[in-house]
Design a binder for this molecule. Structure first.
Ligand code: C2E
Ligand code: CA
Ligand code: CA
Ligand code: CA
Length: 275
């Protein structure tokens, strides 16, 4: 505790430098990683609450760093967005996810996250339609996840893009619903196929009546607008049963399954004894 002021500041400074260095290292490594293909995709199942059967899987990217091991998206998606590297990385994710899903034993939906930066890529629709044509997958099996914040800027151009995407036959989900800005406006501007209710509402569902009120009403609102709902981050049986009882269409989360390695995802049906 002696000389606390000085050493605290020095520690802080050192930590900042380390963070800055780590970031710069990651940025440099990221370029190599994309060139060398150091990424893998894992897939998290989504279950239909009516039937108890798996209906889809969400694509989640992982970076297999040759020195640091597996790196989670929270550590590199932001850097990839700021550097524009999300464009080539995102294109690889689209092609790879669709390629793999076309070979799954079950014709589950393949959900793919789209970064707001990718929405400004004039080549996006082409990349998607080419991937679908090459893999010979039904476009209805492909679901694009977009966050509210992606729609915030230049929303007219974005709504137009969503319509162009929809014309290719893919489905469109509004991700992380309830965490961004002016959510209700987006529901009016574009007919999403699905609303994904953010984990923050689900995690406190059984403890908080305000979360229950919000989730109940999002489900009703979605239904009135002809949209499905997927609850994210379902971790307990109680949450699962509550959502089922209140008419949520689908659930996703550790209670159903952790994200699966590609080989396991390819064989997973979700109709076996687990249910
Ligand atoms: P997200 O789209 O909301 O994805 C769901 C995240 O929640 C995943 O984390 C998933 O592993 C985690 N999760 C699923 N079930 C549970 C649960 O029951 N409890 C808890 N605590 N967490 C759960 P992950 O894979 O680390 O991805 C984090 C975020 O990174 C994603 O959030 C998404 O925004 C982004 N991301 C992941 N993959 C991609 C990608 O391929 N492209 C883009 N643009 N973003 C991606
Ligand atoms: Ca997502
Ligand atoms: Ca989400
Ligand atoms: Ca989220």
């Amino acid at each position: 505790a002696k000389r606390a002021g000085r050493s605290t500041y020095a520690d802080f400074d050192a930590a900042l430098n380390l963070e800055e260095r780590t970031r710069r290292d990651l940025e440099l490594d990221l370029r190599t990683a994309i060139a060398e293909g150091q990424f893998t995709l894992v897939y998290q199942p989504q279950v239909c609450l009516k039937t108890g059967k798996w209906t889809g899987k969400e694509t989640l990217v992982r970076w297999e760093h040759p020195v640091r091991g597996r790196i989670m998206p929270i550590e590199f998606i932001g850097i990839a967005e700021e550097t524009g590297l999300i464009i080539p990385l995102g294109e690889w994710i689209i092609r790879q996810a669709i390629h793999e899903a076309a070979r799954w034993e079950e014709p589950h939906t393949i959900a793919i996250n789209l970064s707001p930066i990718q929405m400004r890529n004039p080549n996006l629709v082409n990349v998607l339609t080419n991937a679908i044509a090459n893999a010979q997958i039904e476009p209805e099996r492909v679901e694009i996840e977009i966050t509210e914040n992606a729609l915030m800027h230049d929303s007219e151009a974005n709504v137009e893009l969503l319509h162009r995407l929809r014309k290719t036959g893919v489905r469109i989900a509004l991700d992380d619903f309830g965490t961004g800005y002016s959510s209700l406006n987006y529901l009016r501007a574009f007919p999403f196929d699905k609303i994904k209710i953010d984990r923050c509402f689900v995690s406190e569902l059984l403890d908080r009546s305000d979360c229950q009120a919000i989730v109940r009403n999002v489900i009703m609102l979605a239904r009135a607008l002809g949209m499905e709902t997927t609850a994210e981050g379902v971790e307990t049986r109680e949450q699962y049963e509550w959502l089922k009882l209140h008419g949520c269409s689908e659930a996703q989360g550790y209670y159903i399954s952790r994200p699966m390695e590609a080989a396991d995802a390819a064989e997973a049906s979700g109709t076996s004894s687990e249910w």
